[in-house]
Design a protein around this ligand. Structure first.
Ligand code: ADP
Ligand code: MG
Length: 246
């Protein structure tokens, strides 16, 4: 796409936390399934960006992550690739129950545009697999989105408000959750979405902190985001690429 990611290579990467796994230097050396690597190459990605080099092995090692990197640095693939790899490696049946459909992955992001971007990337990287991906955002009728959620989905990509609508209607629950991703956490905070995020994290059906993986991404790392990371993440690794605010 004409973006020169080499410019990021000279930016310092800081990793803190217990026993971080080694960064990867190519998608081929990441221990990803052949199918996933093929879909990456089909997307035109030749080598991982700095955040991807660190985040992919951390997530594949089962660790929680707080990732800070500027907009355009490839954070979406940094979490989608290892999540999709894990789901394909260890497929679990889709469940629906008294609390509605039970996604295995929930990804929240602040805007409809970002949610659609993540949804489209997820479809691209899982193309040709059994994985079902659903999307939910506000400003449009609930019905179509609700139908695709009700059919069961492995991955649900949603804005916090619309997600809460589905949860309140008893149409989504969190008892099958394996991954929670909070994308653009700083923007979600600025836009007033934290009560919705808190509600999801503390929902009675939510899988406990230590039995799920939680991944937070943010362009900046001010004190309030640091506090949220401390509460939402378990023994997490922190990866910062370049300059982070706070
Ligand atoms: P961020 O979430 O950090 O703002 P995105 O994940 O939206 O960044 O990625 C920005 C752009 O770079 C997208 O168009 C994406 O497809 C592209 N991209 C991401 N990773 C790579 C890569 N390894 N090689 C080439 N392009 C990439
Ligand atoms: Mg992003």
């Amino acid at each position: 796409s004409g973006i020169n990611f080499d410019k990021f290579d000279c930016i310092a990467v800081k990793v803190t936390g217990e026993n971080p796994p080694r960064a990867i230097d190519s998608f081929q050396s990441a221990n990803l399934r052949k199918y996933v690597v093929e879909n990456i190459l089909k997307s035109g990605y030749k080598k991982p960006t700095p955040i991807q080099k660190h985040a992919i092995p951390i997530i594949m090692a089962g660790r929680d992550l707080m990732g800070c990197a500027q907009t355009g640095s490839g954070k979406t693939a940094a979490f989608l690739l290892p999540i999709i790899n894990t789901l394909l490696q260890d497929p679990r049946d889709l469940q629906t129950g008294e609390h509605g459909a039970q996604p295995q992955v929930v990804i929240v992001s602040p805007t409809r545009e970002l949610t659609l971007q993540i949804f489209n990337e997820a479809r691209k990287f899982s193309h040709g697999s059994v994985l079902k991906i659903a999307v939910a955002y506000g400003g449009t009728a609930v019905r179509h989105q609700g139908d695709s959620i009700a059919r069961g989905c492995h991955i649900l990509v949603a804005t916090p408000g619309r997600l809460n609508d589905f949860v309140d209607r008893g149409r989504v629950s969190f008892e099958s959750i394996r991954f929670v991703v909070l994308d653009e956490a700083d923007r979600m905070l600025d836009m007033g979405f934290m009560p919705n995020v808190e509600k999801m994290m503390g929902h009675p059906t939510m899988v406990p902190l230590k039995e799920r993986q939680t991944l937070m991404f943010s362009a900046t790392f001010p004190e309030d985001i640091q506090h949220l990371a401390g509460r939402f993440l378990n023994n997490y690794l922190f990866v910062a690429v370049g300059v982070v605010g706070g």
